[in-house]
Design a protein. Structure first.
Length: 71
């Protein structure tokens, strides 16, 4: 029967009171999932070179397909 009851939480626990009248929760120390604002210059260069990596892969797949068809 206790499982069906609503659990009440102390509203004053862990609440920081500031100059305004609205109680606020304290901010976390550091959010580990905050994304970076954008790619760094080294990342841009690496990914631009990575685009060219598809060329030899495509050529190798094409050569294998042609070899399988004509032999």
């Amino acid at each position: 029967m206790d499982e069906d009851r609503e659990k009440f939480v102390d509203p004053e626990a862990g609440v920081v009171e500031g100059e305004d009248e609205i109680p606020r929760q304290p901010a976390p120390q550091l959010d580990p999932y905050t994304p970076e604002p954008g790619p760094r210059p080294g990342d841009r260069r690496a990914f631009s070179i990575l685009r060219w990596a598809w060329l030899p892969i495509g050529l190798a797949v094409g050569a294998i397909v042609l070899y399988a068809i004509f032999s």
